[in-house]
Write a new protein. Structure first.
Length: 362
């Protein structure tokens, strides 16, 4: 949802190639712009929430077009409500006024904030939507020339932490005890938007297809014709060619999301800074190249990929409380710059990097 100061070209924070669809419809690489046939699949793309959104549905053209229009309308609604770059959005108004008086939230805002609070507790504070001040400090809203000082980091970190913000569950209000606090929903809003879109598409009677928002995907309950599942390719985080993958995983009626150190970053003082912050230290996360998560909902996959990235996979048992069926694939950067992987779940057996040490977490 947030525009990045610098990013690699294709699909936002993720690294997925829908290989099964690539064989029949240009995939979710979004290269297929040919006229649609009545027999499907129907594909459409739109730029929204600061990234590319795309849908592929196996249905007739009219139904597919209506479903795509419904999905993109939901994405635009969420962008209008939760964007930090739109001064009239509900989130911008909350950030501008919540230090003056409690801010009354709409139903959707309160629902998303409650999901973020749950993720914050499960992650031990690693997933924290109050880390907005750190994004400012490290140059993700306005460019800065020098790395922040220890004093600057300490001062800004004092503004971060959902435990410091006053939530009134009865009144559905948010209050900032200190001016300068702010919320950034970039790590959760895309997943939330996808789940709303999936529910709307199901109401239209469509249950075969994929909804993609910036590389966060939901694969619906019925697979493409003639297949058992959707095959999602996981990109090699250190390959020079963007479409080089480690292997693919079979997904059905689940969401998949990824976080990486190569998709979105800022150049500060000659150093490339990862956009994912550890809100507990005030510093960008180091030591992780990539995390992929498969979960029941897009919101869970979105939050868990960020939370696991921040923790470097050290608290997967706790994170799994959000979704006990969630499966994790983590690529670590070792002190000597070599890579190693840790996995939780049985989806990742075919994913290997030559020369990389693999481990599992049961």
């Amino acid at each position: 949802m947030n525009e990045a100061p610098k990013t690699r070209p294709p699909l936002g924070k993720a690294l997925f190639v829908l290989t099964a669809l690539a064989l029949v419809a240009g995939g979710l690489l979004w290269h297929n712009t040919r006229p649609q046939r009545n027999s499907g699949p129907y594909t459409a793309i739109e730029h929204v929430m600061g990234t590319r959104a795309g849908v592929t549905f196996w249905t007739d053209k009219d139904s597919g077009a209506h479903a795509a229009s419904t999905v993109f309308a939901i994405f635009r609604e969420i962008d209008e409500q939760f964007s930090n770059y739109k001064p009239d959005s509900e989130l911008s108004k909350l950030n501008a006024t919540a230090h003056q008086q409690p801010f009354q939230c709409t139903g959707r805002m309160w629902e998303l904030l409650n999901a973020a609070r749950t993720a914050w507790r499960a992650s031990g504070g690693g997933f924290d939507i109050s880390a907005g001040p750190l994004m400012h400090l490290w140059g993700f809203y306005t460019k800065r020339q020098e790395l922040p000082s220890a004093e600057e980091i300490a001062a800004v970190t004092a503004l971060v932490g959902l435990d410091k913000i006053v939530f009134d569950d009865d009144e559905r209000t948010v209050f900032f005890p200190r001016q300068g606090m702010m919320l950034d929903t970039g790590g959760i809003a895309k997943g939330y938007a996808i789940d709303l879109a999936v529910a709307a598409v199901r109401e239209l009677g469509i249950d075969r297809g994929v909804i993609d928002l910036g590389g966060n995907m939901f694969c619906m309950a019925k697979p493409p014709p003639g297949r058992d599942s959707y095959s999602i390719g996981i990109r090699n985080p250190r390959a020079k060619e963007y479409q080089t993958i480690l292997g693919s995983v079979a997904i059905l009626n689940q969401s998949v999301a990824g976080s990486g150190d190569y998709e979105r970053f800022a150049e500060v003082g000659g150093r490339r800074v990862c956009h994912i912050m550890d809100p507990r230290t005030g510093h960008p996360v180091k030591g992780v190249a990539h995390v992929s998560v498969v979960a029941k909902s897009a919101l869970a996959a979105d939050t868990l990929s960020t939370a696991a990235f921040v923790s470097q996979g050290s608290n997967l048992d706790a994170l799994a409380e959000i979704d006990p069926a969630a499966q994790f694939f983590i690529v670590h950067i070792n002190p000597d710059d070599s890579l190693s992987t840790v996995t939780r779940g049985d989806l990742w057996q075919a994913l290997t990097i030559e020369g990389v040490t693999n481990g599992t977490v049961e």
